[in-house]
Design a protein around this ligand. Structure first.
Ligand code: ADP
Ligand code: 5GP
Length: 205
């Protein structure tokens, strides 16, 4: 393969995107997670450097000025950004990258990376599942849940801008579907490397 892929996953808060990404990473070779930077407070189960790099508003603004982010966005009252360095390093190493970003981030990455960015939207089976899942997660206050639910409705309006939409009814099935999408994308004719064509002695393909 000539170039590594950027697998972009977006979903309204509470859909199960974090759960799915973790399982996908455990079972997919050559795929690494892009750890974003954020100004939001860590949740109880989150680890700095694994789930996010948790930084101050001041540091975030400094990094915007220095051009450290491929993209960044304000979500709710906090900032989230994709660091440039890790992505460049993994692309050089020939690894595919999994990015968990919101709709704004997804569209900005697509604009810059075009065909190399595969946009996947994860949807809940029903809108009400978001509230149930967020309260079952027990990481957010009822005020936070309400705020996330309102933005979820906005995010759902973006579905048609994505390449794929997968409904997260059962985690195992959803992960399987994501793996199928990645496999299909990697085998697209347009991604055939020049090395293979040379080995097959195909000219002017
Ligand atoms: P997100 O990252 O999209 O906000 P999480 O991965 O944190 O969502 O999941 C929110 C909650 O929903 C968690 O408690 C998780 O265990 C649960 N969950 C994830 N997927 C499913 C599913 N398919 N069915 C039921 N609950 C789910
Ligand atoms: P959470 O606070 O639930 O972890 O994430 C809130 C939202 O921010 C989610 O929609 C998540 O996809 C998005 N997000 C996380 N990291 C980034 C990032 O680096 N860039 C952008 N644009 N959004 C991000």
């Amino acid at each position: 393969m000539e170039k590594s892929l950027l697998i972009i996953v977006s979903a309204p808060s509470g859909t199960g995107k974090t759960t799915i990404c973790k399982k996908l990473l455990q079972t997919t070779p050559n795929l690494i997670f892009s750890v974003s930077m954020t100004t939001r407070q860590p949740r109880d189960n989150e680890i700095n450097g694994r789930d996010y790099y948790f930084i101050s508003h001041e540091e975030f603004k400094e990094r915007i000025k220095k051009g450290d982010f491929i993209e960044w966005a304000q979500v709710y009252d906090d900032y989230y950004g994709t660091p440039k360095k890790a992505l460049e390093d993994s692309v050089l190493a020939g690894m595919d990258m999994l990015l968990d970003v919101d709709g704004q981030g997804a569209m900005n990455i697509k604009k810059e990376f075009k065909d190399r960015a595969v946009l996947i939207f994860i949807a809940p089976p029903f809108l009400e599942d978001l509230k149930t899942r967020l309260s079952n997660r027990m990481t957010d206050t009822s005020e936070e849940i309400e705020k996330r639910f309102l933005l979820a409705k906005e995010e759902l309006r973006n579905i048609s801008k994505y390449d794929y939409c997968v409904v997260n009814d059962d985690v195992g099935v959803t992960v399987g579907k994501l793996k199928s999408i990645i496999t299909a994308e990697k085998n697209k004719v347009k991604r055939i490397g020049k090395g293979l064509l040379k080995k097959l002695e195909v000219e002017d393909a």
